[in-house]
Design a protein around this ligand. Structure first.
Ligand code: PSU
Ligand code: MN
Length: 305
C-alpha cells in the first residue's frame, strides 16, 4: 500500500497555512484547460489567485502534473495546463488512471473537491458547477459534480449553474442528495451569465460569517457532503437570461447535430457560446469568477476564525 504522498503534493506555503489554521481557498483547473480560451484562461487563473490573497486568504490552485495531484500549482504549472492540449479533464472516475499512468490532468469541480478534502481545504471557488443537462431523461447526462457534492465535505462558491443545464432538475437532485443550496445575498438561484433564473435557492445568506456558521453547523453535526453557495454575477457584467438563453439554445442544437456528448459537451458549449456572443460570454465568465474569489476568500476567513 503506497502512502498518500506518492499521489499528493502540497505546496510549502499552503501546507504551512493549513497547519496554522489560516484561511486557504482551493481553485480548480478544468476552467483553465477546458473552460476558457488561451490566453485569458491563464491570465484569469493568475489574477484570481491575487484577488484571493488581497482578500486575506491563500489560494491553492489544484491540478495534476506527471501523475501527481498538486495542491497549489506554481505559475509555470498554471501556464502549462493553460497551453498544452494534452491535459485530461479529470473527474472522480478519471483520477486513478491519470495518477497511475503519470499523465497531466485538469480537475473538474468533482476532482477538485476530492483533492481539496484530501488536503484539508474546506472552501473552493469556481465559476459554475456541472449539473443535470437538458434532455437528461434521454441522455442520462448528469455531471459527477452532483454526486461529489453529495458526499465530499467542501463548500463550493459558484455563480449558480449555467442554463446549458436543466436548473430545475439540478435543484431536485441536490435536494435529494441533501446538499444545501445557499444564495449569497440573494434568494434567487443565479444562472451563471445572468443574475436571474426564476428558481429559488433553499436559503439566503447575508454575510461571510453567516456562511461560515452554516458550514460549521453542518460538518460539526457529522452531516458529510458539500454545500453550494451561489453568488450572482455583478449587475454590470450580466447578460440577460432571455438574451443568453437564445444563444445557449443555438449552441445546444449544434452539439446535437454534431453528436457531441460526454465530457466533451460542457467545453464545446462554453466555446460555442463565446463565439456566438462575440466574446461577451467570456467577459461575463471572467467577471463572475473574480466576484466569487472575493466572496470565497471572505468566507474562508470567517470559517477559519
Ligand atoms: N462550467 C463553467 N466552466 C467550466 C466548467 C463548468 O462555466 O469550466 C467545468 C467545471 O470544471 C465543471 C465541469 O466541474 O465543467 C463539469 O463538466 P461535466 O458537465 O462534463 O461534468
Ligand atoms: Mn456529463
Amino acid at each position: 500500500m503506497k502512502s498518500l504522498e506518492n499521489y499528493l503534493e502540497i505546496k510549502g506555503e499552503v501546507r504551512e497555512a493549513l497547519k496554522a489554521g489560516r484561511p486557504v481557498v482551493a481553485l480548480e483547473s478544468t476552467i483553465i484547460a477546458h473552460g476558457m480560451p488561451y490566453p485569458q484562461n491563464i491570465e484569469t487563473a493568475l489574477e484570481i489567485e491575487e484577488i484571493i490573497r488581497a482578500n486575506g486568504a491563500l489560494p491553492a490552485t489544484i491540478g495534476i502534473i506527471d501523475g501527481k495531484i498538486k495542491i497549489g500549482l506554481t505559475k509555470e504549472e498554471v501556464e502549462f495546463l493553460g497551453e498544452s492540449d494534452e491535459i485530461v479533464k479529470v473527474s472522480r472516475r478519471d483520477l486513478p488512471v491519470v495518477l497511475a499512468e503519470k499523465k497531466h490532468g485538469a480537475t473538474t469541480v468533482a476532482g477538485t473537491m476530492i483533492a481539496a478534502e484530501l488536503a484539508g481545504i474546506k472552501i473552493f471557488v469556481t465559476g459554475g458547477v456541472g449539473g443535470v443537462h437538458r434532455g437528461a431523461e434521454e441522455s442520462f447526462d448528469i455531471s459527477a459534480d452532483l454526486e461529489e457534492l453529495k458526499k465530499t465535505s467542501v463548500a463550493v462558491i459558484a455563480a449558480g449553474a449555467k442554463s446549458i443545464l436543466d436548473l430545475g432538475l439540478t435543484l431536485e437532485k441536490l435536494e435529494t442528495f441533501g446538499v444545501p443550496v445557499l444564495g449569497y445575498q440573494t434568494k434567487e438561484l443565479p444562472a451563471f451569465y445572468s443574475r436571474h433564473s426564476g428558481f429559488d435557492c433553499d436559503y439566503k445568506l447575508d454575510s461571510p460569517e453567516q456562511a461560515a456558521d452554516v458550514l460549521k453547523a453542518k460538518w460539526e453535526l457529522g452531516l458529510d457532503g458539500g454545500v453550494l453557495i451561489a453568488n450572482p454575477v455583478p449587475e454590470a457584467d450580466e447578460i440577460e437570461y432571455s438574451v443568453i438563453n437564445e444563444k445557449i439554445e443555438q449552441a445546444l442544437a449544434e452539439a446535437e447535430d454534431q453528436e457531441i456528448s460526454g465530457k466533451e459537451l460542457t467545453p464545446f458549449l462554453l466555446d460555442r457560446i463565446k463565439e456566438i456572443t462575440d466574446g461577451q460570454s467570456l467577459v461575463t465568465n471572467i467577471a463572475l469568477v473574480r466576484n466569487n474569489a472575493v466572496v470565497g476568500a471572505k468566507i474562508a476567513k470567517a470559517f477559519s476564525s
